[in-house]
Design a protein around this ligand. Sequence first.
Ligand SMILES: Nc1ncnc2c1ncn2[C@@H]1O[C@H](COP(=O)(O)O)[C@@H](O)[C@H]1OP(=O)(O)O
Ligand SMILES: [Mg+2]
Length: 358
Amino acid sequence: MGRTPLRVWATPTLHAPPRAAPPQVVQRQLSSEERVDKKDDSPVTVADYGAQAIVAWSLQRSDPSSRLSMVAEEDSAELSSPAGRPMLERITQLINSVLADAGEAAQLSPEEVLGLIDLGGSQGGPTGRHWVLDPIDGTRGFVGMRQYSVCLGMIQDGEVVLGVLGCPNLPQGSVADDDGGDGAAARCGQEGVGCLFSAHRGAGAFATPLWDDAAAPVRIVVADVADPGGARFMESVESRHSSHSTTAAVARELGVTLPPLRMDSQVKYGLLSRGCASIFMRFPPPSYREKIWDHAAGFVIVEEAGGRVTDAGGVRLDFSRGRYLQLDRGIIAAPPALHDQLVAAAAKVAPPAPAAAP
Ligand SMILES: Nc1ncnc2c1ncn2[C@@H]1O[C@H](COP(=O)(O)O)[C@@H](O)[C@H]1OP(=O)(O)O
Ligand SMILES: [Mg+2]
């Protein structure tokens, strides 16, 4: 993938002196002025805004002749008011230090940063090309010194055709039970931590160490597990994001005996694609609407690794309907041999709500 700004943003201090502002530095030193709580009570930080602006800058530069359509999580509303000015200036400073560290001559003004963030306001849709970005997926994990990922997908005529997941805190080898917890942050920047997953539709899924430009991508495939007794399932750390009691009931019904692996963000899709676990389940509160940037990159990577990603009713996710997914209950991802069994178990313990009377 070369030395893209996305990779530069994720470069850890251990391998490159901290002239730039990689996310580990931002994550470790995050002050209360560098995060705010959005209207939906979820946190957003200087890293979310900074990563969105720098990816937009990079995409725009890669194809200046075409109009960029980007469906991304953040907008500039919080930063545009006088109260948001100090945070905007801090974000601009971080971006400019990343650009300088990457050898780029460009330096951005705060107003240019606002414009770049707002490039993410596209509605997507069934035709044309749309980039889909979650600049920091799992912001609660980021703030809590756990896992998070930078997630970029590309939709072409309603189909996700490209996906990249940058996972700066994820070990490249096996992942133990405590890797989603506080232990992950203690290891970030260490040898063997930091993964980049990628997939191009029809060309397979690959993993590579995040900050080793010379490393060849390695093809990854989902685990060849058909027996639920040997399957490990993954879910959110945050029970407010996905019901732990529902996933436990589905796992019991299926005959899964291993305890869950709890991880923040789309790193779960990366781990599934790499065969580190065999099942991903997500059952958000019924009122929650899933956004396409929270799943697009992981979706194509899992499919290209040989897995299936559907809603709880077994219907393949559809990214052609704008900024939101329309789902039956939740999301289930697994190798084909387990997937049908999972959908059947979910139908038993978490059946769809009866249709409202006319
Ligand atoms: N109330 C909620 N219910 C379900 N998911 C949520 C809720 N609030 C935020 N999320 C999203 O859950 C995702 C993280 O999932 P996980 O807990 O598995 O890591 C994030 O994309 C996060 O959005 P955001 O990107 O705004 O932080
Ligand atoms: Mg997200």
